[in-house]
Design a protein around this ligand. Structure first.
Ligand code: GLV
Ligand code: MN
Ligand code: MN
Length: 579
């Protein structure tokens, strides 16, 4: 391996030589980016080289594709591949093809080269012989133009894998660079939005999968879109420590909520594996596909499926376009019937731990980079529909109106009042709409969302009952109908004392500070669901900008990401495995 710092300071010829294996027999690619140094992460170096390929002429691009060997072709048999290609082809089992597989590959390779005039290029990491043959079989049908683009995309992925094996860099800056790269996949140009099973969401999953493969994990995508990566332990049937968080986002989100708890473990495991470490237990990283509830007003779809707590009735819920969850899952090429099979065998679970930004100002105000979570607040979420009577804004006198929006406004203030003044209790109306509303029409209908949370179930339930009482009084006084539909009811979840202790020990060791901040979480997390099936613990990492979250100005410093990665590494290395 070579450090990013060294790559940045080498004279250009040595820089090009160091990167000679990244783009197959094509030194012109690193040559064209040498002047753009210093790169602040391996990912930005990768992006710069891929951009150089994009800008190259079609002849140069074709030469790059043609520099690649055929998969399981004659050069492979004669041992004439680059060391990188040899490793990759062997990794996919291509050196051990049966005579039938060889014959099929040979035949398809022949058809392919005849049609396109260049060899079939595939990033084989994560593939086996059958899936390589299936991919070749499918791609031979592409048009020439499309296939050239696909080949270049595969070459970019290969370069990403090779670069991750070659370049060593600080974990903190790597994690920040990964989060920034993921944030480029969005449903909107002007804001980060990554809601369940949209194209942006699927592109995010694909990149997370690549990073897991690059870290040497065995990766699967389950029936709800969770990306699951396993680093198998030393024993044949190792028990498993699960870790992870969600990769979906709220609307106009920050880059770190959820994603930190996926990217940080990937970076740490890659480093440990690269250093030859083997653990006596399996570490499984779960990138949960849905936690925020944006598209289907459901939360925790990903962790519920993994915990075996998925409610099949959810499949009938619809998004704003009338698409059911079942249809969305099918459209993504996943099979709703397979959801029960996504459940983790909890018998061999050692626990679940989640690393998450704090999403609040406590650690920041106390100058503590890391904290141990003691419990996660429970929450009730409801969708409320108010029906009054629409009418002409100019003709109906005020005392005769049944204005649904005015009733909603009163309800919002009642929620604010019922949830104020009790520490730990909060109530929020985050969405409010007048469907088919117009400037000159009295609102006949108003829809809103209600979210009430507390660190005590009794307090939360008391507040909810008070809000329902107010809702009835408002409905009676204003002669409107108010319907409540509960979409989430999760109780407050304590973190396992053992996990709290282990995190506290790790924080002490990596920060050198005797005092460890312990704090409750007001935000919900996948860890709440996982606590239903195994011992659960959480590490909080300080955010900047006053602790703002669910907002684009959510921040995390590279130094804090580095420290959190060190704490996670320490946690893994010291995790007690029962004998
Ligand atoms: C999850 O982000 C929540 O709403 O707490
Ligand atoms: Mn969130
Ligand atoms: Mn989150």
């Amino acid at each position: 391996m070579i450090s990013l710092q060294d790559l940045n300071s080498l004279p250009p010829p040595q820089f090009v030589a160091a990167l000679s294996g990244i783009f197959e027999r094509s030194p012109w690619v690193p040559e064209r980016v040498a002047h753009a140094r210093p790169f602040n992460s391996g990912l930005s170096l990768h992006a710069a080289m891929c951009a150089a390929v994009d800008r190259a002429s079609i002849d140069e691009q074709l030469a790059l594709i043609r520099a690649h060997p055929e998969l399981a072709g004659r050069a492979a048999i004669r041992g004439e591949l680059t060391p990188e290609s040899t490793r990759e082809q062997q990794g996919a089992g291509l050196a051990a093809c049966t005579p039938e597989e060889f014959a099929r590959l040979h035949q398809l390779n022949g058809l392919y080269t005849q049609k396109f005039g260049f060899p079939f290029v595939l990033a084989v990491k994560g593939h086996n012989r059958a899936s390589v043959i299936a991919a070749l079989d499918q791609r031979v049908e592409n048009t020439v133009e499309h296939e050239r683009a696909v080949a270049l995309r595969e070459i970019a992925r290969i370069a990403g894998f090779r670069l991750a094996d070659l370049v060593a860099e600080p974990l903190g800056s790597r994690i920040i660079a990964m989060a920034e790269q993921l944030a480029r996949f969005s449903e909107r140009q002007d804001a980060l939005v990554c809601s369940y099973l949209t194209p942006a969401h699927r592109a995010t999953a694909a990149l997370i999968r690549d990073w897991m493969l690059g870290a040497g994990l065995q990766v699967d995508i389950d029936a709800v879109g969770n990306v699951i990566g396993r680093w198998v332990g030393t024993a044949a049937s190792s028990p498993t420590l699960l870790t992870g968080s969600h990769y979906d986002t709220v609307v106009d989100a920050g880059k770190f909520d959820g994603r930190l708890g996926i990217l940080l473990p990937i970076a740490v495991v890659a480093q440990l594996r690269g250093a030859g470490v083997r653990l006596p237990y399996t570490v499984t990283i779960a990138a949960f596909s849905e936690e925020e509830g944006v598209r289907f007003k459901s939360t925790f779809l990903g962790s519920r499926a993994l915990a075996g707590r998925f409610d099949p009735a959810m499949l009938d819920s619809v998004d704003n376009d009338g698409i059911t969850l079942r249809e969305a899952i099918r459209a993504a090429g996943l099979d709703p019937a397979e959801i029960p099979a996504a459940a983790f065998a909890t018998g061999d679970l050692l626990g679940f731990v989640e690393v998450h930004i704090e999403q609040g100002p406590v650690l920041l105000n106390e100058s503590a980079p890391l904290g141990v979570v003691t419990s996660i607040a429970g929450s009730i979420r409801c969708l409320v529909s108010i029906t009054g009577l629409a009418g002409h804004a100019g003709t109906v006198p005020m005392h005769l109106r049944r204005d649904a929006a005015a009733a909603a406004a009163e309800l919002v203030l009642a929620i604010e009042k019922c949830c104020s003044g009790t520490p730990g209790l909060v109530g929020t109306v985050g969405q409010m709409q007048v469907p088919s509303g117009a400037m000159n029409v009295i609102p006949g209908r108003c829809e809103l969302s209600v979210d009430i949370r507390a660190d005590s179930d009794q307090v939360r339930d008391g507040a909810f009952a008070a809000v329902l009482g107010e809702s009835e009084r408002i409905a009676a006084r204003r002669n409107v109908d108010i319907q409540w539909r509960k979409v989430l009811d999760v109780g407050c979840v304590p973190c396992a004392p053992k996990m709290q202790q282990l995190w506290a020990d790790s924080i002490r060791r990596v920060t050198g500070s005797a005092e460890v901040r312990r704090l409750p979480s007001g935000a919900g997390h996948d860890a709440m669901v996982m606590a239903g099936v195994t011992e659960m613990g959480m590490l909080f990492v300080r955010c900047g900008n006053g602790g703002i979250s669910h907002h684009p100005s959510e921040t995390l410093s590279a130094d804090d990401a580095e420290l959190a990665a060190c704490a996670f590494k320490d946690f893994l290395l010291n995790f007690p495995v029962p004998s």
